[in-house]
Design a protein around this ligand. Structure first.
Ligand code: DAH
Length: 335
């Protein structure tokens, strides 16, 4: 080497080869491979620069100029090709992604609250407006909270009224929300004014009115000077708010170990002849107040427990409790 004219010829050959090659490059991956082949750190252009070492000092300037020109030319050619290719790519993408405004839109299914959640929230909001707080308690309970503290000692026949799923000898899935009364009273001093919504479990065979999993709302108000008259007033307000005007209400005697007296509450729709049971209620038994360290001589209270499923069934005319859990969208969507 060392001969300027032979360098000139090599450069011309390389240029020609490069131009022909570049013209047939049609995608960016090939273009990148092309760039590496010519302009990469160990590419053909860099290799050629090595001849400068052998060129005589008089010719070095000219040889350098030629080589720089080659490199700049190839760089330009490469960039032009890149621009052309990305232009084509854009055009192709625009065609491919063009929007057909006449097609129908994609509608997304929007969910809504389950009817039981709705009813629960509705009942909560009625009592929140009356000044009650919402409390919750565990679904796995001990016998103490579920029975003993509620005045149902071991071996008391009343335990049989709750068909309870036992987890161990002393723990169980709560069959009612009444144990929440105990948790709340243990951790607060009177006055107490709460409702406790939640899931309950019973060893019931499933049919149109029974479900092993269901929901209740418990209410508890303990303060000085409360009587059955206060319970009646609260229930009348609730009935009017939840069911509507014109309902009549009836108390009849019942028995629950944790209330004395205990009542069963029925309501009757305007013009209807049938009484519908809506809940069990009563004045909190002094034994329950004593169990949590309250003084039954000083404070009294009342409580009730109602079934959320039952409330929903009465309000919406649903005749099968299983509908709430079978997840049939034709049912769910009606709410
Ligand atoms: N816990 C009772 C049940 O599940 C319902 C009940 C009755 C709750 C009377 C009360 C009450 O708070 O006072 O059968």
């Amino acid at each position: 080497m060392g001969d300027l004219s032979s360098l000139g010829k090599t450069i011309a050959d390389l240029n020609g080869e490069m131009a022909r090659g570049l013209a047939s490059v049609n995608d960016t991956a090939t273009l990148e491979a092309f760039r590496v082949e010519y302009l990469g750190r160990k590419g053909r252009v860099s290799q050629l620069f090595k001849v400068l070492a052998d060129v005589s000092s008089e010719e070095k300037g000219e040889a350098g100029r030629l080589l720089n020109e080659l490199r700049d030319g190839i760089t330009r050619a490469f960039e032009e090709r890149a621009t052309t290719l990305s232009g084509c790519a854009l055009e192709e993408r625009l065609t491919r992604e063009s929007v057909d405004m006449t097609l129908p839109g994609i509608s997304r299914a929007i969910g809504h609250m389950h009817p039981l959640t709705r009813v629960q929230r509705e009942i909560e909001s009625i009592f929140l407006r009356m000044g009650f707080d919402v409390a919750t308690g565990p679904e796995i309970e001990t016998e103490y909270y579920n029975f003993e503290a509620l005045n149902i000692p071991a071996d008391h026949p009343a335990r049989a009224d709750w068909d309870t799923f036992y987890i161990s000898d002393t723990t169980l899935l709560r069959p009612h929300t009444s144990p929440v009364q105990i948790h709340v009273m243990e951790s607060t001093s009177p006055p107490v004014r709460i409702i406790c919504p939640g899931r309950c479990y019973r060893r019931d065979a499933q049919d149109a009115t029974h479900s092993p999993v269901f929901h209740q709302i418990e209410l508890l108000w303990v303060e000085e000077g409360l009587s059955l008259a206060n319970l009646k007033y609260v229930l009348e307000l609730f009935t009017r708010e939840y069911f509507g005007e014109g309902y009549t209400m009836r108390f009849s005697g019942d028995f629950f170990p944790f209330t004395e007296p205990s009542v069963q509450v029925h309501i009757k729709a305007p013009g209807a002849s049938r009484w519908l049971e809506i809940m069990g209620a009563g004045m909190v038994d002094p034994a329950v107040l004593s169990a949590v360290g309250y003084d039954p001589e000083r404070v009294s209270g009342f409580a009730f427990g109602l079934g959320i499923e039952r409330m929903a069934m009465l309000k919406y005319g649903i005749d099968d409790i299983r509908a709430f859990l079978t997840n049939d969208l034709r049912f769910i969507r009606q709410f």
